[in-house]
Design a protein around this ligand. Structure first.
Ligand SMILES: [Zn+2]
Length: 102
């Protein structure tokens, strides 16, 4: 004699199995991917450009000026970051020296 709970459990298990089978079937299908040539994208407008382009931007005027602006702000950020670390390390060393002597 099977209780109502058992029946529901069995049904759920069966459904899960079916869902799993369907999922694995779908996964198999998606493996057939379209072969795309290696390329990179313009870092501003994401247009596909040739792999050799350096800097990674297309020939657009807006893109090159935007890229320049970004590079400048990136360099400034990097500089500030290193500067901050330097100050932090300097203060730390200062404290250690003071602690050792005092
Ligand atoms: Zn672009």
């Amino acid at each position: 004699m099977a209780s109502r709970k058992d029946t529901i459990l069995k049904a759920a298990k069966r459904t899960a199995k079916q869902a799993h089978a369907a999922a694995s079937k779908r996964g198999h299908k998606s493996k057939t991917r379209v072969n795309i040539e290696p390329h990179r994208h313009c870092s501003v407008c994401w247009k596909p450009i040739s792999l050799e382009s350096d800097p990674a931007i297309c020939g657009d005027d807006g893109c090159s000026s935007m890229y320049e602006r970004r590079e400048k702000s990136r360099k400034r950020f990097t500089f500030l970051m290193y500067f901050g670390i330097l100050i932090f390390v300097g203060l730390l060393a200062f404290q250690v020296i003071m602690g050792a002597s005092g």
